[in-house]
Design a protein around this ligand. Structure first.
Ligand SMILES: Nc1nc2c(ncn2[C@@H]2O[C@H](COP(=O)(O)OP(=O)(O)OP(=O)(O)O)[C@@H](O)[C@H]2O)c(=O)[nH]1
Ligand SMILES: [Mg+2]
Length: 236
């Protein structure tokens, strides 16, 4: 884990004109990135991948949402990708989208708990329970959201749209290693996704082929930088 809490994300000591004090998360808090998507699309696997990819350089923590269990949090704890005190589980007890969109109190409490526990926290990844194509996060809860669909759901999924596919800040088409097995056409999925999303980005990946999700990790780094710069004072 980064011990360098003095210098948040993307601090480059070789950058002579750089002022680290300009790099604070919005209102001094950690940047929050939500990961949503249908059941089993690979949200927890992506969360684990991001912890492996970024955990050494970014001071990060995770909140999971499950309906009745703490299965996703338990998986992450067992996977050893993050210290256990950096993982908080919210049991939603209802449709997962309610806890990330309509009544976000339990998630906000979990985020605040982590911020109090971990000094200099830079990033909180919030994994929604698996839901449907309409499960999007409240902008009151997250700064950016990633929507994960998978190839096994069929190449029609991006074309079907829904707010997750069309409005998420990043769409991830996961499990591309399975495309030949399920007869999914990756070119169709990518072009449908781009057509539905305009200029918003799309990343196709396989966590089997690239277990540390390098493309998504690099997108997250860029968002951390943009969020902290946007929150910094305009001039000094
Ligand atoms: N073949 C393949 N399997 C994957 C990939 N990514 C994830 N999986 C597997 O897909 C299954 C579901 O992944 P999870 O990460 O648990 O999915 P999830 O979206 O968190 O599921 P819920 O939280 O239950 O909605 C697991 O067995 C993963 O190992 C991938 O890129 N390729
Ligand atoms: Mg999960």
């Amino acid at each position: 884990m980064s011990a360098d809490h003095e210098h948040p994300v993307n601090f480059d000591p070789t950058d002579a004109g750089h002022d680290p004090h300009h790099h604070h998360a919005p209102m001094g808090r950690a940047v929050r990135i939500g990961i949503g998507g249908p059941v089993g699309s690979g949200k927890t696997a992506l969360t684990a991948a991001l912890c492996r990819a970024l955990g050494d350089t970014v001071n990060l923590a995770v909140v999971t949402n499950d309906i009745y269990t703490t299965e996703d949090a338990d998986f992450l704890r067992k996977a050893g990708v993050l210290a256990v005190d950096r993982i908080e589980a919210v049991q939603t007890g209802c449709c997962p989208h309610t806890a990330i969109r309509d009544d976000i109190t339990a998630n906000l409490d979990a985020v605040e708990l982590l911020e109090e526990r971990i000094p200099g926290l830079e990033l909180v990844i919030i994994e929604s329970g698996g839901d449907n194509l309409t499960a999007v996060f409240s902008r009151g809860l997250v700064d950016r959201q990633i929507f994960v669909v998978d190839v096994a759901g069929g190449d029609k999924v991006p074309r079907k749209g829904g707010p997750g596919v069309t409005t998420a800040d990043l769409l991830v088409i996961n499990k591309i290693d399975l495309a030949p097995l399920v007869g999914a056409d990756l070119d169709v999925m990518a072009s449908d996704a781009h057509r539905m999303r305009g200029d918003l980005p799309v990343i196709s990946q396989s966590l089997v082929a690239t277990p540390n999700a390098p493309d998504v990790a690099s997108w997250v780094q860029t968002q951390l930088h943009d969020c902290t710069v946007a929150a910094a004072p305009a001039s000094r």
